[in-house]
Design a protein. Structure first.
Length: 510
């Protein structure tokens, strides 16, 4: 503690004298580097207890059995870097101490330690890595070649093999089925039949029989989780294993997407329900202060989990770079909309809910599906259902069957998400044509980008969800029927690539 206290005081004095304001991360890095070069000498009572000796203290002591560890080259003798302004050649020329004298002293200590020992065990590590060569020390090599003593060599190694873990299979017991029931809408009412509407927002929840909690909404994200790995779906949506919230300085696509969504919602919500003209958007893109305020509010909420940006945000280099990237994306989205105007902006970041009917075994069930749609806009009788994506551009799919199939490499979560939104909207408004679109931010700078999804089976772009309604609803019904089948357990995925970024991979030992 004394040495730590001295180093802390030294660092504090240096910071106070320089009058430099350091962030917590910079201060922590400096502290780690400072402590990395600190050494603590061992002290003890020479006449009692176990003694910790350096090689210098062994000169006048004889041992019957000497065990010397880490006798590798570079450790014994230790590589020496003399901190001196006098070059090596000048040292040799003027008879000053050089590295040879240092090594000669340690050679004397080494051979003096072994002089009267009856048994000597010298151990060195043969493993090579960035810091070690795996070579025996030169003293060991000298003993082996020149000593004339009988030397017995043996190699000791341990084979550490990872134990094969049994696959995790979770049966759908009563508790699991009870959790799944929370997504279902009851058809029987206390006062007769309940006529199902197109949404799940029933204002009089007390009329629903045997309902002890609010109806939950199964989102496309949950459906994608089930398709990629049903066990991951179980951990998150059935067992409710929460992922701890961690503040991180790393900038990932999730944070970038959250900042963009929040900013666009703030900037565009005043246009909802109205026709958006070129003049309106040009006024918005020219209002730098309004864009900056929206982005600052997004940074405060998503990065600092606060209602206001702290003062330290102005000195955060990573945050300034992130802010600049998001600002460019925002301005490019507005410029892209200027080129497409006029259009009617129906909704921005609004929740969609709809009751979907399917069959599980011999039972007809009704489930509440929905989620947050990034944006809906109308041009004539056509409504575009838009979702923003910050990741890798992937706006095609092999087939509807492949989207719901067993091959995770054929799953396209973004495509399935926006197509499911379009299906639910079409079921609510059958007289409207809906077009699913994915706005990939990396393609916003292209002049001819239409953001349509491509069906690789027909090699055509989807300009309406209507031709896909039957196959999508059938595939969705089959998947939900499997989900609500008590005999179908939750199992791990066989694709290990899916596990790389899974929050529950430690549970599965993958």
């Amino acid at each position: 503690m004394l040495h730590c206290s001295k180093q802390l005081n030294k660092l504090k004095k240096a910071i106070d004298e320089s009058e430099v304001s350091l962030s917590l991360s910079v201060f922590t890095n400096m502290l780690h580097k400072l402590f990395a070069h600190e050494s603590i000498p061992f002290t003890g009572e020479p006449l009692s207890g176990l003694q910790v000796l350096g090689i210098l203290e062994t000169r006048n002591i004889d041992f019957e059995h000497v065990i010397l560890l880490s006798a590798n080259e570079g450790v014994l003798p230790k590589s020496l870097n003399v901190p001196s302004f006098i070059p090596y050649n000048l040292r040799r020329g003027f008879g000053l101490p050089a590295i040879e004298q240092h090594e000669a002293v340690y050679a004397y200590y080494f051979y003096r330690l072994l002089q009267r020992a009856k048994k000597i065990s010298l151990v060195y590590n043969t493993k090579t890595d960035e810091a070690r060569t795996g070579e025996m020390g030169r003293y060991l090599m000298q003993l082996k070649m020149e000593s004339g003593h009988t030397i017995r060599e043996s190699s000791v190694s341990f084979h550490i093999d990872r134990k094969e873990t049994s696959p995790i299979v979770v049966q759908k017991d009563e508790e699991a089925m009870a959790e799944l029931q929370k997504y279902l809408v009851e058809e029987e009412m206390e006062n007769g039949k309940w006529k199902m509407e197109n949404d799940c927002d029933t204002t009089n929840k007390s009329q629903i029989t045997n309902r002890k909690s609010q109806i939950k909404t199964l989102s496309p994200s949950a459906i994608n989780a089930y398709l990629s790995c049903s066990l991951r779906f179980y951990f998150r949506y059935i067992a409710h294993l929460k992922i701890p919230d961690e503040m991180t300085e790393d900038v990932d696509s999730r944070l970038l997407g959250n900042l963009l969504h929040f900013s666009i919602k703030t900037l565009y919500e005043s246009f909802e329900g109205n026709v958006v003209n070129t003049e309106d958007l040009q006024t918005l893109v020219d209002n730098r202060q309004k864009i900056d305020d929206a982005l600052d509010a997004a940074l405060a909420k998503e990065y600092y989990c606060s209602n206001k940006l702290p003062e330290e945000a102005a000195d955060n280099g990573k945050l300034l770079l992130l802010r600049d990237v998001v600002l460019k994306y925002i301005r490019q989205i507005i410029q892209h909309d200027i080129a497409r105007a006029p259009f009617t902006l129906e909704e921005v970041e609004k929740e969609l809910k709809h009751v979907f009917s399917f069959t599980a075994g011999s039972s007809a069930l009704h489930i509440c599906l929905g989620g947050i749609i990034d944006r809906k806009e109308r041009q004539g009788n056509t409504v575009s259902v838009i979702d923003y994506k910050t990741g890798k551009v992937k706006n095609d799919f092999k087939s509807v069957e492949a989207l719901f199939g067993n091959d995770p490499k054929q799953h396209n979560a973004g495509v399935l998400q926006v197509m499911l939104y379009s299906v639910l909207l079409k079921l609510k408004q059958s007289d409207t044509a809906f077009i699913p679109k994915l706005y990939f931010l990396r393609e916003l700078y292209g002049n001819d980008t239409d953001f349509l999804i491509t069906d690789k089976s027909s090699k055509e772009k989807i300009t309406s969800i209507t031709p896909y309604m039957d196959t999508l609803t059938a595939a969705l019904g089959n998947m939900l029927g499997e989900l609500y089948n008590p005999a179908q357990p939750f199992v791990q995925t066989t694709d290990l690539d899916t596990c790389k970024y899974c929050d529950y991979r430690e549970i599965c030992s993958r």
